[in-house]
Design a protein around this ligand. Structure first.
Ligand SMILES: Nc1ncnc2c1ncn2[C@@H]1O[C@H](COP(=O)(O)OP(=O)(O)OP(=O)(O)O)[C@@H](O)[C@H]1O
Length: 972
């Protein structure tokens, strides 16, 4: 059943994404009432089953799907035709060839067989489907699996298989058996048919196809523009369009939250959203000519900001050749009439450790390679790079030099072009690239031990060349820089003393500086882009925004550190946001339908874990870490012990690690074990004060600006005051908490839409679907959590008309004549004998608990099976009777022939018969002679008769002549 086929209003208030009621549903022809004689058995059986319900594992593949899919496909095709853009890709030729339904691609077990199928857990494939061959009294099932094996399992440990009509369901929330196996199976079936987008209630789930699909063309943009979700197939454009229409129609900020693992397709989908919004907004803008050109230029700029962000914020990783190493929130501002009026990019969590330590099988940020491959001679001289190559720099020589299929020179050219579109001047470009080159040179400063005092740091002889180049590019004095690096001045009581540094400390300080410069440079670049995209002064109208959040999903690695805690904390907050939103919408829907329901805010489920991380009193993980960062003698170990003493036994979500120095947190997705090595250092993220102060007074305005928060005051007291005032001591945890809080505030002011990207395999291969991997991601990205919540309420809902059309057939003695929808539904439900806790009757719909519809479907299948069996038996009886009659007739004929033949044989031995057969030809001759004689006599008779007649005629004519003569002489 695909109720959404009836079209109707947008379903923004329907949290599970079930179809919205259509004000004018398509004609509903009630199924003609069956003859009671035919149905009597099944109804009695049904009543028996619904009272003494055995909610066993029984499943019979559904058989009655044709009308539903026809409804759906009709409405969809109508939509395509009316928009005039029928796209043949929608109906795959393969599907047509196989004769499966092109919209739902039904190919389930429509065999009327009544077999029972279940899902079994499987170590390799996650789940395997099997047919129940025996159900034992002790609750064990004997199951014949698809792989040919036969297994005995406890009935508690299997999941029900959905009726086949749910195969390739557009919205998984409509599955009546909402279990993990069914969700994975549905995604798998769709993925194999290139249907990469699927709804799961409020979520749009997308599985990376790893190959270009022709579904993002302008034709598709037109096809989705202004269409309801129900009238089109799941697509990122459908979600973007819904957000755009909500914005225009309701004047409300919108957000699209895209999350997933690395390589799952977040960035690609974010780009598609922006492409779609730019396209529809441009077409809106072109309606008003005056601003049209200017705004389409802005759309171009928004699109072209991407190559710049990717060059500086993306890198090749094992998972993804173009992995974004930061989270971004792109806000596209619109006027109330739907024209783009500006854009703004926020970023979080840039992976700056990559700048100094890229993995061996990965690369540093693209910009380093693009610069070294693409810059012309003049620029190379300006940046003091001369003939140096990738392998000449410490920060680029490890790891890969290039990416297969990607030309860094071409990418460089495209970056330069993007700079031009974004109105970056030559000077702007140069100063940005100078810092990048300076970082490369900083990496080449080799630190050794001083020859006299063994453990003190000194610069190697060859390091001076790189040091000089770095200092020139950064606009600082080389000697002061070196001194600040090797002998930094620190305050000891009231005195300032010079500190002795080990080579490791100096190397760390240089790396920290390189990371710090890169991060600040990235921030500055984003600010410049934002300045270009900011057009608020040019529009007088109120503006509303659609924000697209592209951020890393929940992470569980073998070793999870501080970075993973930051990411998982972010995802926990986003999941809480989702749960709360779903709860609010659900509540609205139930209230609108006036059904009784005790509401539970599932967002609150996640609060204990969030408190554990962010609370200040009692002191949470972040605050505890911050506190220890300013404690002189604190270490990672003391910090871990403090956490144990605070939270162990006081929160169900926390427990100490058994084997490592760390703790285990229970997140919504899973339990994650964090190791706390280096957390204090990571949280402090220290920069050498002496060097940063020097940079803040750089002769290069750009560099000075990057470090302006370190500006030295006249006196040393003033210096430390200014640092405190400008919040320089903010730790990474504090910064992240603040950034996240600001992001959450923005999100709370929006109407959200959720996209979950799924990585199908680690081999980057199309059509390869690794079910256990997908299942893990569904767990981590909250899709299964959403389904869990859905199961606690009434996830399946049907309009009265649809409910009646489908299930009235199960009820005998329905009142005749017109019945109002609610009344009819109520009567049917009562007659079906369903437990009242299993459903609610609203004002326009019937709501069901998960699994109830499957039970009804089963009854309906049984009934139809019964009808089909009877029909088949009558038809077969008729055919067999005809065959039997024919056979009987033939047998009779054969017997007659045989009898005659026997008689013939018997007569052969009879002498009279033999005499007769010999005489028979003679008899024939005698008969001929008699005949000739008889005819001769007849001829003779006729001859005589003829001559007599002729004689008389002659005499008569003689007499007439005589009379004539007599009369003529008499009258003369
Ligand atoms: N819809 C799509 N169509 C075709 N290819 C895609 C699609 N989505 C993703 N891909 C492929 O997968 C690759 C990785 O996608 P993407 O960069 O968007 O992942 P991501 O989730 O943003 O990863 P990261 O978090 O590492 O940045 C892309 O370079 C592209 O080759």
């Amino acid at each position: 059943m695909q109720p959404s086929s009836l079209g109707g209003s947008p379903r923004r208030n329907n949290p599970f994404g079930r179809h919205s009621p259509s004000p004018s549903p398509s004609p509903q022809v009630p199924p003609s009432r069956p003859k009671s004689a035919v149905f009597s058995t099944s109804i009695a059986e049904f009543e028996k089953r619904s009272h003494g319900r055995n909610s066993s594992l029984s499943h019979s593949p559904a058989v009655t799907v044709v009308s539903d899919s026809r409804h759906r496909s009709t409405s969809f095709r109508q939509n395509i035709h009316t928009s005039g853009t029928f796209a043949p890709q929608f109906i795959k030729s393969e599907e047509l060839r196989r004769g499966t339904d092109p919209v739902h691609g039904l190919e389930g077990n429509n065999d009327f067989s009544g077999k029972r199928y279940v899902w079994l857990k499987d170590a390799e494939k996650a789940f395997v489907r099997g047919e129940v061959v025996e159900e034992r009294d002790n609750g064990e099932l004997s199951v014949r699996c698809e792989d040919g094996s036969e297994r005995n399992v406890n009935s508690e440990h299997v999941d029900k298989v959905n009726p086949a009509k749910f195969d390739k369901a557009d919205d998984m929330a409509e599955l009546t058996h909402l279990n993990e196996a069914s969700v994975v199976h549905n995604l798998h079936l769709r993925y194999q048919s290139d249907l990469i987008y699927t709804y799961s209630g409020l979520f749009l789930v997308t599985v990376n196809p790893y190959c270009p699909l022709p579904i993002y063309t302008n034709e598709y943009v037109r096809m989705y523009k202004g269409q309801n979700r129900e009238d089109t197939r799941p697509h990122i454009f459908a979600m973007a369009d819904q957000a755009f229409r909500n914005l225009v129609e309701e004047g409300e900020h919108q957000s699209i939250l895209v999350t997933g693992e690395s390589g799952a397709g977040k960035t690609e989908n974010t780009k598609k959203v922006i492409q779609y919004l730019a396209a529809v907004a441009t077409s809106e803008a072109s309606a008003s000519r005056s601003t049209g050109k200017q705004l389409s230029n802005l759309s171009q700029q928004i699109l072209r900001a991407n190559p710049i962000l990717e060059a500086f914020g993306n890198a090749q990783t094992v998972r993804n050749n173009n992995s974004s190493r930061f989270g971004k929130f792109i806000r596209i501002e619109f006027t109330r009439s739907g024209q783009i009026s500006g854009a703004y990019i926020d970023w979080v969590l840039l992976e700056k450790s990559r700048v100094v330590k890229p993995n061996n099988r990965e690369r540093n940020y693209h910009i380093f390679y693009q610069l070294l491959q693409g810059a012309d001679k003049e620029l190379r001289q300006n940046l003091l790079l001369f003939d140096l190559q990738i392998e000449d720099f410490a920060y680029t020589k490890d790891g890969n030099d290039s990416i297969a299929g990607v030309s860094d020179t071409e990418e460089w050219n495209s970056l330069m072009e993007a700079f031009q579109v974004m109105n970056f001047s030559n000077d702007d470009r140069l100063c940005i690239l100078r810092t990048i080159a300076a970082i490369l040179h900083l990496g080449n400063i080799t630190v050794t031990k001083e020859s006299i005092r063994g453990d003190q740091a000194a610069l190697a002889h060859e390091a001076y060349e790189s040091l000089e180049k770095a200092c020139r590019l950064l606009g600082v004095d080389m000697d002061t820089f070196e001194k600040g690096l090797l002998h930094p001045r620190v305050k000891a009581g009231r005195e300032w003393v010079e500190k002795v540094q080990t080579p490791e400390q100096v190397r760390l300080a240089l790396d920290a500086l390189a990371k710090g410069i890169y991060e600040r440079c990235f921030g500055d670049l984003v600010n410049r882009i934002n300045n270009q995209l900011d057009r608020r002064s040019q529009t007088s109208d109120d503006t509303f925004f659609i924000g697209v959040l592209d951020i890393a999903g929940f992470e569980i690695f073998e070793t999870n550190s501080f970075e993973q805690l930051c990411i998982n904390y972010t995802n926990e907050k986003l999941q809480q946001f989702f749960n709360h939103h779903m709860f609010v919408l659900e509540q609205e829907e139930y209230a609108r339908e006036q059904i009784e329901w005790q509401f539970i805010d599932f967002g609150k489920d996640l609060q204990p874990t969030i408190d554990l991380i962010e609370l200040t009193n009692p002191i949470g993980i972040f605050s505890c870490l911050d506190e220890d960062c300013v404690m002189p003698k604190a270490s990672d170990k003391s910090f871990t012990e403090k956490l144990h003493s605070l939270w162990d036994g006081n929160s169900p979500k926390y427990r100490p690690s058994r084997l490592k120095q760390g703790f285990v947190l229970t997140h919504y997705a899973a339990e994650v074990e964090y190791t706390t090595d280096d957390w204090l250092e990571k949280n402090k993220d220290p920069l050498n004060d002496n060097v940063t102060r020097l940079l803040s007074s750089s002769t290069d305005k750009h560099v000075a600006n990057l470090f302006s928060d370190y500006i030295d005051a006249d006196d040393e007291q003033g210096f430390s005051r200014s640092r405190v005032k400008k919040g320089l001591f903010r730790t990474v945890a504090q910064r992240h908490k603040d950034q996240l809080s600001s992001l959450m505030n923005q999100l709370h002011s929006t109407h959200p839409h959720f996209v979950r990207c799924i990585l199908p395999n680690h081999k980057k291969r199309p059509k390869l679907f690794n079910a256990p991997l997908v299942l893990d991601q569904l767990r981590c990205n909250g899709v299964l959590e959403g389904i869990r919540i859905a199961r606690t309420g009434f996830p399946n809902r049907l309009l009265f008309s649809e409910f009646r059309q489908r299930y009235e057939v199960l009820c005998r003695d329905m009142p005749k004549g017109y019945l109002e929808g609610q009344n009819a539904a109520q009567i049917i439900l009562t007659k079906l004998g369903l437990d009242k806790t299993w459903y609610r009757v609203g004002r326009t719909k019937v709501f069901f608990r998960a699994g109830v519809l499957a039970e009804l479907e089963e009854q309906r299948d049984a009934l139809i099976r019964e009808i089909m069996t009877r029909f088949q038996s009558v038809a077969r009886g008729f055919v067999q009777r005809r065959i039997a009659n024919k056979r009987l007739y033939r047998a009779e004929a054969t017997r007659i022939i045989q009898r005659n033949f026997h008689v013939y044989l018997d007569m052969q031995s009879n002498p009279w018969w033999r005499l007769f057969t010999k005489m028979k030809p003679l008899l024939g001759a005698t008969r001929t002679a008699a005949e000739v004689k008889r005819r001769d006599e007849k001829i003779e008779k006729l001859e005589m008769w003829r001559s007599t007649v002729l004689n008389r005629l002659w005499r008569a004519s003689e007499l007439l002549l005589w009379i004539k003569k007599r009369f003529s002489s008499a009258f003369r």
